[in-house]
Design a protein around this ligand. Structure first.
Ligand SMILES: *[C@@H]1O[C@H](CO)[C@@H](O)[C@H](O)[C@H]1NC(C)=O
Ligand SMILES: *[C@@H]1O[C@H](CO)[C@@H](O)[C@H](O)[C@H]1NC(C)=O
Length: 353
């Protein structure tokens, strides 16, 4: 009995001292807490989602599940809860004040687009009278918060490395990044790549793959991705001054086409309405995430990993599936509002602390 009381007392003591009050947090407390914000679980939160799909002007039809009449709502109601601390509530005004006049650029594929639109919606919904513009110049899309001069940019480049049309066809160049000038001068950069590396057949946009002077018809895609990511790491090391630019890599976003990954082999994301609520995901860490982890060691102190893979693996319920403009079975992108809002909350947590 005495032991039980003591441990109850200790639990209470530890909680009240280590936990940050989610509704009244202090930025200092978050940065001092030294907690792994990626280790945690999904819990029901009646205050979620963070915004209303019908009020956000930035959601593409491919992510706009509610517009396409997704009938269930529970998937909107989950909040990420780290095991050993609380995350702050997202506060768009705090973000705009801190990043006044600054530029934040997402660089990558449609999962970057997914996260970029989510951040636009999250900030937009925090403002009583949002004044924004949405423009596209030289292939770069921009959401601008006019009263603050805060610019959210989206640079589409699915491989990060170059893809060039030459006489013999389109060549993916594993060791060259010539687009990088457009990424310079940013205050925050969030990179992402992977999903296009595995495309084959008609959805593969290149004909040849080149490294140095060697041109091949194809190669192991994980090996190619590793080479491309190393080229990215060299670009970061050469071009980034960490006192001027905060660089993130948006970790590997998992897909849910194969129910065997969560021990329900006959299913896919299309029928899922609940997260995987256990803590050990049967699918394990994807090989591509292991590649990313290794490469991140080469950009230590220059770039930070948003380690979203595990927490996103749990969200087999959060994809559009049938409910988008294509009415296909999209188990790769994510509904908005939805999971990318949590990626942005984790980005926000890192940026404001
Ligand atoms: C909330 O924050 C204010 C301002 O920092 C502080 O004075 C107050 O004590 C906090 N309240 C709680 C319940 O933590
Ligand atoms: C990412 O987070 C998961 C879950 O907490 C953890 O198992 C994994 O080791 C982390 N990876 C890295 C590279 O920090």
């Amino acid at each position: 009995m005495r032991v039980l009381l003591l441990s109850l007392f200790l639990m209470f003591f530890v909680r009240t001292n280590n936990y940050v009050n989610a509704t009244n947090y202090s930025i200092d407390a978050i940065s001092n807490i030294g907690c792994n914000i990626y280790s945690g679980k999904w819990i029901y939160d009646s205050s979620y989602p963070m915004y209303d799909f019908s009020k956000c002007p930035f959601i593409d039809n491919q992510f706009n599940c509610k517009k396409y009449n997704r009938p269930d709502n529970l998937y909107l109601k989950y909040r990420w809860q780290p095991f050993s601390c609380n995350l702050p509530r997202f506060n768009g005004l705090v973000f705009l004040e801190k990043y006044k006049g600054k530029k934040i650029m997402f660089v990558g594929d449609s999962l970057s687009l997914n996260m970029w639109e989510s951040l636009g919606c999250m900030i937009h919904s925090s403002l009583p009278n949002p004044k924004t513009s949405l423009t596209k110049k030289n292939g770069i899309a921009e959401i601008l918060f006019l009263d603050y001069g805060v610019s959210l940019l989206m640079y589409r480049t699915p491989f990060l490395v170059d893809m060039v049309k030459e006489n013999i066809g389109t060549i993916l160049k594993l060791d060259s990044i010539s687009d990088g000038n457009a990424w310079k001068g940013m205050d925050v950069l969030i990179f992402n790549s992977w999903h296009w590396w595995i495309h084959t057949g008609t959805s593969q946009p290149w004909d040849y793959i080149q490294e140095g002077s060697q041109i091949a018809k194809d190669m192991n895609r994980l090996v190619a991705f590793n080479k491309g990511m190393n080229t990215w790491a060299r670009w970061v090391n050469k071009n980034i001054d960490p006192s001027k630019t905060k660089v993130f890599f948006q970790g590997i976003s998992p897909t849910h086409y194969q129910g065997k990954d969560w021990n329900e082999p006959s299913k896919s994301c299309k029928v899922e309405t609940q997260p995987f609520l256990d803590t050990k995901y049967p699918g394990g860490t994807p090989e591509e995430a292991i590649v990313v982890n290794k490469v991140m060691k080469k950009v230590k102190n220059k770039a930070y990993l948003l380690n979203i893979t595990t927490l996103s693996q749990y969200r087999k319920d959060a994809h559009p599936g049938f409910y988008s403009d294509t009415h296909g079975s999209d188990c790769s992108h994510w509904c908005l509002p939805g999971l990318p809002d949590t990626w942005n909350l984790l980005l926000y947590t890192s940026l404001i602390s």
